[in-house]
Write a protein that binds this ligand. Structure first.
Ligand SMILES: Cc1ncc(COP(=O)(O)O)c(C=O)c1O
Length: 388
């Protein structure tokens, strides 16, 4: 391996834009740069490209194109649901899981703290494997009587997959609106909007080899949201602003490719992760969420007494890009709220690192990583014994 060229093991953070995606986007930067709201031919070309992308996104999750609302990113789409769904309500009772991404947790907490209207928040607890506890869902639904529920399909740190369809059925019975953040699951496991039975679902382009700057909120036809960006009435009036045509085109193409390649990618990354985890366990690693159903590409582990942040720095020097637990869900790293919710002792949580694999990774890279990790751990232990 050429040590200057780093091996990328951080696909849950973002992915490299696929060559075919980039090729599809290119004309919309220059030759076809028109504003999709313009009535002339250049504008019409832009509008047609957006319509085509809307069909590609809808097709990949078995929804209708009219259900796709394009946004600038997953964070915006999650905010659009939380703030848009509560915007019409006089009093709001929200239930979210304790392990949601900050772009669901923060708007929910902001609303709960707002003094303008009656609003409350209840967080669902998870077990030691990172699964939402279903008896707590039943308890929360019956005691708290929410009108909004949001539960992620797969967690970005652990990769643990949640029982969203089951939670959706229970929530609907009580008349609550249910949303799922499917950003990490999408492209890694089949995601089917009708079978999840939710009112709204979030997808993001840059996690599936598409560009940054495009995402979508998929909405049920009966869902009424309060617009979050007022202006010219784009995207059904829900978020005004001239569309990011190249990014939307790239997102559509990435959805099409992800559907075609998913099976092959799943087999590939499962094989790599099985090998990786076998070797990590031999080294004494603790793998978070190991007993739960997880995304096939995600491995979140800790080597006791080896600090995650330190490991990340040393492994980057050795040619490998990975994430520390603290940096997995936020631009302002601190401790992981996910491991905290799972009841992981803070001293072990500090050792957490995540490898998230993608379609370009190889078995050779995994073997090289294990060798580098073994050397790094040996070196760190030597330094710490000298310091003591
Ligand atoms: C589960 C989850 N939700 C939301 C987001 C935010 O998405 P975006 O980066 O598109 O704003 C991320 C990104 O890491 C994520 O993993």
């Amino acid at each position: 391996m050429n040590k200057i060229e780093k091996v990328y093991f951080d696909h849950n953070a973002t992915t490299r834009v696929d060559d075919e995606v980039l090729e599809a986007m290119m004309p919309y930067f220059q030759n076809k740069f028109g504003n999709p709201s313009s009535g002339h031919n250049l504008g019409i070309a832009g509008r047609q490209a957006i319509n085509h992308a809307r069909e590609q996104v809808a097709d990949s999750i078995e929804a209708q194109p009219s259900q796709v609302v394009f946004t600038s990113g997953g964070s915006e789409a999650n905010n659009l649901f939380i703030q848009g769904a509560t915007g019409h309500l006089k009093s709001t009772r929200i239930i979210v899981s304790a392990i949601e991404h900050p772009c669901v947790l923060r708007p929910a907490k902001e609303l709960a703290q707002s003094t303008n209207k009656e609003c409350g928040l209840r967080q669902l607890i998870v077990d030691r494997s990172g699964r939402i506890i279903m008896s707590d869902v039943d308890k929360a639904l019956s005691e708290y009587r929410p009108n909004i529920v949001s539960v992620m399909l797969a967690n970005n740190e652990t990769g643990v997959i949640q029982e969203v369809a089951n939670i959706a059925e229970k929530s609907r019975k009580l008349g609550a609106l249910i949303h799922t953040d499917a950003i990490q699951a999408f492209g890694k496991i089949p995601v089917n909007f009708p079978s999840l039975n939710v009112h709204a679902m979030t997808l993001s382009s840059h996690k599936i080899y598409g560009p940054k700057g495009a995402a979508a909120l998929i909405i049920d036809k009966e869902l009424v949201l309060r617009p979050q960006i007022f202006g010219g009435g784009h995207e059904g009036g829900l978020r005004s602003g001239t569309e990011n045509v190249p990014a939307i085109v790239g997102f559509g193409k990435a959805c099409e490719l992800s559907k075609l390649r998913m099976e092959r990618t799943t087999i590939h990354v499962t094989r790599l992760r099985t090998h990786l985890e076998k070797r990590l366990i031999e080294m004494g690693a603790i793998i978070f969420g190991m007993n739960a159903t997880r995304l096939p590409n995600t491995c979140y582990f800790a080597l006791p007494d080896i600090e995650g942040e330190t490991l990340v720095i040393h492994l980057e020097r050795a040619g490998f890009l990975i994430a520390s637990g603290a940096a997995c869900s936020s631009a302002a790293p601190g401790k992981s709220h996910v491991l905290d919710a799972m009841g992981v002792e803070p001293i072990l949580a500090r050792c957490a690192v995540r490898l998230s694999l993608g379609n370009s990774n190889t078995l050779e890279q995994i073997n090289e990583f294990i060798s580098a990790l073994t050397c790094t751990v040996k070196e760190l232990k030597r330094i710490s014994s000298v310091m003591i």
